[in-house]
Design a protein around this ligand. Structure first.
Ligand SMILES: *[C@@H]1O[C@H](CO)[C@@H](O)[C@H](O)[C@H]1NC(C)=O
Ligand SMILES: *[C@@H]1O[C@H](CO)[C@@H](O)[C@H](O)[C@H]1NC(C)=O
Ligand SMILES: [Ca+2]
Length: 457
């Protein structure tokens, strides 16, 4: 996860420049000029950069005041590995498809005024030092929720020592921090982390702390980190809130089944055309397609395995995207309800990702349930998607896209990491059982996956 965050960080600084250029040149537009506006852009970028570091995703053109090049969210859920030279090369939901609110905008503004392009890098990436909240406020802290419709939700207010109650800055606030608040207040598990003034901002209540960062397992928010110097741009609408629930889903990845089923398969691109449409092969395959006439005769080497995901919680696991926004995928003839439900990564000994499964979209259903449990979720016929309590969603090793394309991988020892709900977009009881972290031995002729341990995405 850390690694991924770092990558997104790098990718973001890169793509802010390049993508702005990319977006804008296509519209004959460039960075806007004018000191005031520039400062605003930079401030906004800074804020969204912080948000991105935590959230991974949500990059799009913001609603502007005037131009036709602002105002629509063009891209949502953008995932880059940092090597892309333009944003459009990164994977994303599709042009113009987005489920974002204005609070998630990444500030890129384009204009026709070509002369005013600025050459200075627009992303000042300072990292303010962090400290444990309880180490900064030795007299103790208290927490409460306010402004909710019911007592189990609301904006989070914190009292630091003898100071007055204050709100927490919404920047970098995620389900991990929300989980700690729900636990501390005895309200169960976090189903949502709000980063807006949805529950009001308390009008006169000041922002007490910013940059709160938890592991998610802490029993008290005071155990978490915060910015030593509070910094919260856009304070009025940038407020941390939570929604807590007593019943919650809990996905558990079956690493035994992964080890049992992992194997290699060499397959011609001719048979992988559907998979190519869904980004399930490595970028080299697309290069072949562009550059070679007989590309469909080229062979890819796939590391296949079964992913079996049990919901061991007390509530159903439901997709993060509402049904009307699901995407129809012609090739596989079903709707995708969750852009990133699982990630498959091969990591070398230095911690670099050397191959990715690109298993982006999923159709969630009850494939196998414990005795006495009726399966209810089904992908077919625009059915409801989800995973019921005590049911498993199984992606067998022989189905399309259920692999990592390792054609370019050198033989050797690697780590294979498979994770579900990797971005914590849907609340769960625990994220400590969402990933299988395994050893992968790859020779010229075979691969074996062994010594898996359960871990966090
Ligand atoms: C972009 O600008 C150039 C030169 O100013 C002009 O020739 C061209 O037609 C413009 N393209 C668009 C799409 O407006
Ligand atoms: C799920 O299984 C567990 C353990 O087998 C059991 O205790 C629980 O009651 C089951 N829940 C449901 C909703 O079937
Ligand atoms: Ca889990």
């Amino acid at each position: 996860m850390r690694l991924q965050l770092q990558r997104v960080g790098i990718a973001f600084s890169l793509i802010v420049l390049l993508s702005a250029f990319e977006f804008c040149t296509s519209n004959n537009a460039t960075w806007i000029g004018g000191r005031g506006k520039k400062t605003r852009v930079v401030r906004r970028l800074r804020k969204d950069f912080r948000k991105l570091k935590k959230q991974e995703g949500a990059l799009k053109l913001i609603g502007g005041e005037s131009g036709e090049h602002e105002g629509r969210y063009w891209m949502d859920n953008v995932y880059c590995d940092g090597s892309e030279v333009e944003l459009a090369k990164c994977r994303f939901d599709g042009w113009g498809i987005s489920d974002c609110g204005s609070n998630e905008a990444a500030g890129v503004i384009c204009s026709r005024d070509k002369e005013t392009r600025t050459s200075s890098p627009p992303v000042p990436q300072e990292k303010s030092p962090k400290a444990r909240i309880k180490d900064t406020y030795l007299q103790g802290t208290a927490l409460r929720l306010s402004g909710g419709r019911v007592h189990s939700e609301g904006r989070v207010e914190i009292k630091l020592g003898n100071a007055d109650w204050g709100v927490i800055c919404g920047d970098s606030w995620s389900i991990l921090e929300a989980a700690v608040v729900c636990r501390q207040l005895g309200l169960g598990y976090a189903s949502d982390a709000i980063q807006t003034n949805f529950f009001g901002n308390g009008e006169t209540i000041p922002v007490s702390i910013s940059g709160v960062q938890c592991n998610g397992n802490e029993g008290n928010l005071a155990e978490c980190l915060h910015d030593k110097v509070a910094d919260c741009p856009g304070t009025a609408e940038n407020v941390a809130g939570v929604v807590c629930h007593r019943e919650m889903a809990d996905l558990v990845f079956d690493h035994i089944e992964l080890m049992r089923t992992a194997h290699l398969e060499d397959r011609q691109l001719y048979w992988l055309q559907c998979a190519m449409e869904e980004n399930c092969v490595a970028s080299q395959a697309y290069k072949m397609q562009r550059e070679s006439e007989n590309w469909h005769l080229e062979t890819r080497r796939l590391l296949r395995f079964t992913a079996r995901i049990l919901n061991a919680g007390t509530a159903d696991f439901r997709p993060s995207v509402p049904k009307h926004l699901w995407e129809w995928h012609m090739c596989h003839m079903h709707y995708h309800s969750m852009e990133v439900f699982a990630t498959f990564d091969v990591i070398d000994s230095s911690g670099n990702k050397v191959a990715e499964g690109h298993k982006a979209s999923f159709c969630l259903e009850d494939n196998q349930c414990m005795p006495e449990v009726q399966p209810r979720y089904k992908c077919a016929n625009y059915g409801d998607q989800g995973i019921s309590v005590n049911c498993s969603d199984i992606y067998k090793h022989n189905i399309d896209c259920q692999w990592v394309d390792i054609s370019e991988l050198e033989p050797g020892h690697y780590t294979l990491k498979v994770a579900v709900n990797p971005e914590f977009k849907v609340g769960e009881m625990s994220f400590d059982n969402n990933a299988a972290i395994c050893r992968l031995l790859y020779t010229e002729t075979f691969a074996t996956v062994h010594s898996c341990i359960m871990g966090r995405p």
